[in-house]
Write a protein that binds this ligand. Structure first.
Ligand code: PEP
Ligand code: MG
Length: 544
């Protein structure tokens, strides 16, 4: 078989070799293959049966753990899967030549729009149920990752057109050697998750056409290259390079581990806290064993992304509590929900937008959806008695947003007090500096908060007008760090003047070529994905 070479941007420096598995994503539903009427109808029947099974199991669990009222939602879901009218429309679409996934999607969209337009609150709520069921059916129909017979236990290189953050969080990390996407950039959330998983990845290769399930491939993230169907000679050379690379990486890691427990202090005496960016409880232990002194960014939206319905306050609380307890008094900064833009969550039913990055996301959604925001704030407050918990607001552009958020926080505190629930009344509140507006207004904003954390991924996107999702312009980020650096400096001066502190939690925090400059600006904390903790700690101690 002829060798095929794909070039993109490497994420992490690793090298891996293995078989390819093509990811079939939900987003590709409309492009599914039509296998003929009979087969599509059979696929739909099977998916309905499996969906019903899953719903009944969830209903049983909800009955046992939550109660009858909460379990009712699953009864509604089951009714929808069995609904003659709804399924009749899906079958009509299949008869008209659509694959089962597309037929479900089209029907659900039509029903959703119809219910939403009736002006009846109860029926409008059913729209969410329809979307839930539609997503569940599509997911079953696509089976997530394609499952090649007899290869399920083997680790593989995942290949996708693109992966959304919600698809990425649901991947079975233990099965994946690395991944390659046609789209995406180094600061896209997919790349961020690859870094967190510590696996080599290649994003923005342009196209993945020509790659097939089962092709053997060599992935060199350092050079940004994937070679599929390589020659025997190439495989041998690659394996030699790979073991040399792994040996050096291991030795370096051992050295870094030997200095892991010393505080990160520059040669000039500036102390920098080394914190971890995480998205789930599962990352806490690895963070600690790699010397994290705190959690600088808990991307709390990942808890919402990996499910089909809103998490309850109780569920959020138990997850935050677990993290706070495991961190044993070390600071845990919980960023409030940053939904929207590239992190779409179907059950939020956010509107389609022309410019989602400039649209309805993060704090803008939270301030409108008080029920969702308050459930999260209450859960964070309740968890605060189990450790050292702080709150961080994303995508802030104005004082007004901070004031409104703090009002809601106070309201939550009052409610908890009347319910006899305890919380840390002095809980720290910080904001992310992710917009030029926040940096430019940092002198006023600093008076209202305890700390800043710079989200350089968004700050770069909004400052130099480079879409973090667009591989065609990704190269502009590397050479244009100066404007962002100036905004960090401005913010650092502002918060220090008010007696607060500043961290950096965007990907720039892990870029060792920038550490010296960040330290020079007085940055007090660097928060990075777990695999970068040791390297950043080592780099800080080499700084002047
Ligand atoms: C950032 O924008 O730099 C950041 C840390 O937030 P996220 O990457 O989740 O948008
Ligand atoms: Mg951001």
């Amino acid at each position: 078989m002829a060798e095929k070479v794909y070039k993109g941007t490497g994420i992490s420096n690793g090298k891996v070799s293995g078989k390819i598995r093509i990811f079939k994503s939900g987003g590709q539903a409309a492009r599914g293959i039509y296998r003929g009427k009979a087969q599509e109808l059979r696929r739909l029947d099977n998916a309905r049966a499996l969906a019903l099974e899953q719903i009944r199991a969830l209903e049983k669990k909800a009955l046992a753990t939550l109660g009858e009222k909460e379990a009712q939602i699953f009864e509604i879901h089951a009714m929808l899967v069995e609904d003659e009218d709804f399924m009749g429309s899906v079958i009509e679409e299949i008869n008209g030549g659509k694959c089962a996934e597309e037929a479900v999607e089209i029907t659900a969209r039509g029903y959703g729009e119809m219910l939403g337009s009736l002006g009846d609150e109860y029926l409008a709520e059913r729209k969410t149920d329809i979307m839930d069921i539609s997503n569940q059916l599509i997911r079953i129909l696509q089976g997530g990752v394609s499952q090649n017979e007899g290869e399920m236990d083997e680790k593989y290189i995942l290949v996708a057109l693109d992966l959304t953050p919600s698809q990425t969080v649901q991947l079975d990390a233990d099965k994946i050697l690395g991944f390659v996407t046609a789209e995406g950039t180094p600061s896209s959330h997919t790349a961020i998750l690859a870094r967190a998983m510590g696996i080599p990845a290649l994003v923005g290769v342009g196209t993945v056409d020509g790659l097939n399930d089962g092709d053997f491939a060599l992935l060199n993230a350092e050079k940004g290259v994937l070679v599929a169907c390589p020659s025997e000679k190439e495989i041998k050379e690659f394996e030699k390079e790979k073991s040399a690379f792994n040996k050096i990486a291991k030795e370096h890691e051992m050295y870094l581990r030997s200095v892991m427990n010393k505080p990160a202090v520059t040669r000039g005496g500036h102390r920098v806290m080394i914190y971890a960016n995480i998205g789930s409880e599962g990352e806490v232990s690895p963070a600690l064993s790699n010397g994290a002194e705190g959690i600088g960014l808990l991307r709390s939206e990942f808890l919402y992304l990996s499910r089909d319905t809103y998490p309850t306050e109780e569920e959020l609380f138990s997850s935050y509590k677990e993290i706070a307890v495991k961190m044993q008094g070390k600071r845990v900064i919980i960023r409030t929900l940053d939904v929207g833009a590239d992190k779409q969550i179907p059950y939020f039913n956010l509107p389609r937008e022309e410019n989602p990055a400039l649209g309805y996301r993060a704090i803008r959604v939270c301030l409108d959806r008080e029920d969702v925001f308050k459930a999260q704030l209450r859960a964070i407050l309740r968890a605060s008695v189990f450790g050292h918990v702080a709150i961080m607001l994303p995508m802030v552009i104005s004082l007004d947003e901070i004031e409104k958020s703090k009002e809601l926080l106070e309201e939550c505190k009052r409610e908890l007090l009347t319910q006899g629930q305890s919380f840390d009344s002095k809980i720290e509140v910080g904001i992310m500096i992710e917009t030029p507006a926040a940096a430019l207004m940092s002198h006023s904003l600093a008076k209202e908060v305890d700390f800043f954390s710079v989200g350089t991924n968004d700050l770069t996107q909004y400052t130099i007008a480079v879409d973090r999702q667009n591989p065609n312009v990704a190269h502009l980020c590397e050479k244009n760090t100066e404007p962002v650096m100036r905004l960090i400096k401005m913010s650092s001066e502002a918060i220090h003047q008010e007696g607060g502190w500043i961290g950096v939690c965007g990907e720039m925090a892990a870029d060792l070529s920038l550490t010296q400059q960040l330290v020079n600006m007085g940055v007090d904390e660097l928060s990075v994905s777990v695999p970068y903790l040791l390297g950043v700690r080592g780099k800080v101690s080499e700084c002047r």
